[in-house]
Design a protein around this ligand. Structure first.
Ligand SMILES: [Ca+2]
Ligand SMILES: [Ca+2]
Ligand SMILES: [Ca+2]
Length: 140
Protein backbone atom coordinates (compact mmCIF):
# COMPACT_ATOMS: atom_id res chain seq x y z
CA UNK A 1 0.00 0.00 0.00
CA UNK A 2 2.78 2.39 0.95
CA UNK A 3 4.45 1.51 -2.30
CA UNK A 4 1.40 2.47 -4.36
CA UNK A 5 1.04 5.81 -2.62
CA UNK A 6 4.72 6.55 -3.16
CA UNK A 7 4.43 5.74 -6.88
CA UNK A 8 1.43 8.02 -7.26
CA UNK A 9 3.20 10.85 -5.50
CA UNK A 10 6.30 10.45 -7.63
CA UNK A 11 4.12 10.57 -10.74
CA UNK A 12 2.69 13.90 -9.65
CA UNK A 13 6.09 15.36 -8.85
CA UNK A 14 7.61 14.26 -12.14
CA UNK A 15 4.83 15.81 -14.19
CA UNK A 16 5.50 19.21 -12.61
CA UNK A 17 9.27 19.39 -12.35
CA UNK A 18 12.33 18.15 -14.17
CA UNK A 19 15.22 16.18 -12.81
CA UNK A 20 18.11 18.44 -11.99
CA UNK A 21 20.33 15.93 -13.77
CA UNK A 22 18.26 16.20 -16.97
CA UNK A 23 18.52 19.98 -16.94
CA UNK A 24 22.28 19.89 -16.47
CA UNK A 25 22.73 17.25 -19.17
CA UNK A 26 20.60 19.24 -21.56
CA UNK A 27 22.35 22.57 -21.01
CA UNK A 28 25.85 21.13 -20.96
CA UNK A 29 25.30 18.81 -23.93
CA UNK A 30 23.63 21.35 -26.17
CA UNK A 31 26.09 24.16 -25.41
CA UNK A 32 29.10 21.99 -26.24
CA UNK A 33 27.32 20.87 -29.38
CA UNK A 34 26.66 24.41 -30.60
CA UNK A 35 30.06 25.84 -29.56
CA UNK A 36 31.81 24.06 -32.39
CA UNK A 37 35.20 25.80 -31.98
CA UNK A 38 35.09 25.14 -28.19
CA UNK A 39 36.09 28.66 -27.17
CA UNK A 40 33.30 28.83 -24.58
CA UNK A 41 31.38 31.44 -26.55
CA UNK A 42 28.52 30.82 -28.95
CA UNK A 43 28.17 33.11 -31.96
CA UNK A 44 25.19 33.27 -34.28
CA UNK A 45 27.08 31.55 -37.09
CA UNK A 46 27.60 28.50 -34.88
CA UNK A 47 23.90 28.31 -34.08
CA UNK A 48 23.04 28.68 -37.79
CA UNK A 49 25.52 25.93 -38.70
CA UNK A 50 23.93 23.59 -36.15
CA UNK A 51 20.52 24.37 -37.60
CA UNK A 52 21.73 23.39 -41.09
CA UNK A 53 23.33 20.26 -39.72
CA UNK A 54 20.22 19.14 -37.81
CA UNK A 55 17.91 19.94 -40.75
CA UNK A 56 18.58 16.61 -42.45
CA UNK A 57 15.86 16.89 -45.11
CA UNK A 58 16.79 20.56 -45.85
CA UNK A 59 13.23 21.83 -45.71
CA UNK A 60 14.29 24.88 -43.68
CA UNK A 61 12.69 23.73 -40.43
CA UNK A 62 13.46 21.26 -37.67
CA UNK A 63 11.03 18.50 -36.84
CA UNK A 64 11.14 17.05 -33.34
CA UNK A 65 13.05 14.03 -34.66
CA UNK A 66 15.65 16.30 -36.26
CA UNK A 67 15.95 18.45 -33.15
CA UNK A 68 16.57 15.50 -30.85
CA UNK A 69 19.67 14.46 -32.77
CA UNK A 70 21.31 16.98 -30.43
CA UNK A 71 23.72 15.56 -27.89
CA UNK A 72 22.16 15.77 -24.45
CA UNK A 73 18.62 16.21 -25.74
CA UNK A 74 16.79 12.95 -25.12
CA UNK A 75 13.65 12.54 -27.25
CA UNK A 76 11.84 10.83 -24.36
CA UNK A 77 12.61 13.58 -21.89
CA UNK A 78 9.74 15.88 -20.90
CA UNK A 79 12.28 18.68 -20.65
CA UNK A 80 13.39 18.31 -24.28
CA UNK A 81 9.78 18.22 -25.38
CA UNK A 82 8.86 21.35 -23.44
CA UNK A 83 11.94 23.25 -24.62
CA UNK A 84 11.07 22.37 -28.23
CA UNK A 85 7.51 23.62 -27.74
CA UNK A 86 8.79 26.75 -26.04
CA UNK A 87 10.93 27.63 -29.07
CA UNK A 88 8.12 26.76 -31.49
CA UNK A 89 6.47 30.14 -31.10
CA UNK A 90 3.96 29.75 -33.96
CA UNK A 91 3.04 26.26 -32.65
CA UNK A 92 3.19 24.47 -36.00
CA UNK A 93 5.26 21.60 -34.58
CA UNK A 94 8.46 22.70 -36.33
CA UNK A 95 11.29 25.05 -35.52
CA UNK A 96 11.71 27.49 -38.39
CA UNK A 97 15.12 29.11 -38.88
CA UNK A 98 13.74 32.40 -37.56
CA UNK A 99 12.49 30.68 -34.40
CA UNK A 100 15.61 28.67 -33.76
CA UNK A 101 18.41 30.94 -34.95
CA UNK A 102 17.19 34.56 -34.95
CA UNK A 103 14.75 34.68 -32.04
CA UNK A 104 16.73 32.35 -29.84
CA UNK A 105 20.06 34.05 -30.36
CA UNK A 106 18.73 37.54 -29.70
CA UNK A 107 17.04 36.29 -26.51
CA UNK A 108 20.24 34.70 -25.25
CA UNK A 109 22.54 37.57 -26.24
CA UNK A 110 21.02 40.07 -23.87
CA UNK A 111 23.83 42.65 -24.03
CA UNK A 112 23.70 42.51 -27.83
CA UNK A 113 27.43 42.04 -28.48
CA UNK A 114 26.87 39.05 -30.76
CA UNK A 115 28.33 36.59 -28.27
CA UNK A 116 26.60 34.16 -25.95
CA UNK A 117 28.79 32.90 -23.11
CA UNK A 118 28.15 29.76 -21.15
CA UNK A 119 26.89 32.00 -18.36
CA UNK A 120 24.34 33.64 -20.71
CA UNK A 121 23.32 30.22 -21.96
CA UNK A 122 22.81 28.77 -18.47
CA UNK A 123 20.88 31.85 -17.44
CA UNK A 124 18.64 31.65 -20.50
CA UNK A 125 17.83 27.94 -20.12
CA UNK A 126 17.26 28.22 -16.39
CA UNK A 127 14.63 30.86 -17.15
CA UNK A 128 13.05 28.71 -19.88
CA UNK A 129 12.88 25.71 -17.56
CA UNK A 130 11.34 27.73 -14.74
CA UNK A 131 8.88 29.29 -17.14
CA UNK A 132 7.83 25.87 -18.45
CA UNK A 133 7.51 24.42 -14.95
CA UNK A 134 5.06 27.15 -14.00
CA UNK A 135 3.22 27.28 -17.33
CA UNK A 136 2.98 23.83 -18.72
CA UNK A 137 2.15 21.38 -15.99
CA UNK A 138 -0.41 22.84 -13.70
CA UNK A 139 -3.18 20.92 -15.47
CA UNK A 140 -5.14 23.98 -16.48
CA1 LIG B 1 32.46 29.34 -30.21
CA1 LIG C 1 13.80 19.56 -41.58
CA1 LIG D 1 7.34 26.81 -35.60
Amino acid sequence: MKCIIFTLMMGTVLSQTYHHHDIEMFIDGTFKYVDTDHDGVMVKGELAAVFDYLDVDHDGKLSYAEYTKYDGASAESQLTHDVFNHFDTNKDGFLQRTEYVDTLFSQMDHNGDGQVTRHDYDHFFTNVVHHEMHQGHNGR
